[in-house]
Design a protein around this ligand. Sequence first.
Ligand code: HPA
Length: 287
Amino acid sequence: METPSCQCRPSYDDCKKTAEWLLAQIKQRPKVAIICGSGLGGLADLIDDKIVFPYKDIPDFPTSTVAGHAGQLVFGKLQGRDCVCMKGRFHFYEGYSLHTVTYPVRVFFLLGVETLIVTNAAGGLNGSYNVGDIMLIKDHINLPGFGGQSPLVGHNDDRFGVRFPCMSDAYDRNLRALAIQAAHEENCGSFLQEGVYCMVGGPTYETIAESNMLQKFGADAVGMSTVPEVVTARHCGLRVLGLSLITNKAVTDYDSNEKANHEEVLATTNVRAGDLQRLVRNLVTKV
Ligand code: HPA
């Protein structure tokens, strides 16, 4: 008789072991966790009274491989608020399973975190977006999920959440209102957008046909991360806010000579990282 393939690793007990190890090292009990996208790890440098754990030193934590991702868990205070920041995240395209990609989120939940802020770099699909815009994520399209690649596939442990979690309220409305307020206070209002993020598996950038298809699906931006972490966070009841930095325009025209590339993504990130950091730092005080 067929039984489901064992996809219950890392288990609740594995996550708990990591969380308990961290709790034994630190006095802080952060309620806010921040996941920094490609080149956006500078946010962690704004943290005061830092306690830094390289991923390799944390029991059972995966380690990060892509350029622009440092691989540190940073605890401390942002504007006086306790928080924990992932400097460097794990991507499906690096070869990690989605269970591994989302392991830190479950550890955050077991640390007592209640709010997750995620940032990423994304390609703009919406024709009215400019490179350098910051998009508040209103909703997402989980394209890998359509094909059965979800971090929640396999045994469901009810201690994390229900078997069939709702996703129609994935991005918290109140947090989005606070983020809009924070953006205006930090003079980011003129390049703030609100839209739908679509996750693709990567590591290839999209073909022209794919970008056109995603536009027709209703996506405003496309990227290779974030959605698994958000799905996992919502499963265990965390409130979520997502911000995409539009680092390039997805190519949708066969006559275009533009080519998406990682160098452009990192260059745009460098230009706007400061704005995004101030926005998040301001937001943390309002959460
Ligand atoms: N496509 C997918 N992921 C990305 C892009 C893109 O154009 N830009 C930054 N991350």
